[in-house]
Write a protein that binds this ligand. Sequence first.
Ligand code: ZN
Length: 133
Amino acid sequence: MPAARGNRERLFQVGRWLRATFQTPYPVTFRIVKKVAAAPNDKPATKRVGYYGSTERIGRKIVIRIACRPGMRRDDLFQTILHEFAHAVSMRHDRIEDERLNHGAHDDEWGLAYGKIYRRFYDEGGVESSSNY
Ligand SMILES: [Zn+2]
């Protein structure tokens, strides 16, 4: 199957590849949206643009939102979905996660997960093989 031509469809392909390639404590749902709302206490400039992506555990599901608008570079979108998926991979089951000190932060576990995902995607054929998902 060829790589999808639209950024949105291509993100879903990479998302399906990520789900098939890496384990997460809960199933991951991808939402490709125009804007990922910033937090109420963020700076006005951040609120205007929103975030590039977010990862949130909702009960026994993980929801990843990726902002995808016309003009965004495809490689930036790839980096965002890999980054967010590393949050999902480094999450633990809820009772352990709730006691984690750096909840949701870019801690060592996140860094390790991101390194593995990044290498698999860019150095070990993921860019090409994700086109088959
Ligand atoms: Zn992050």
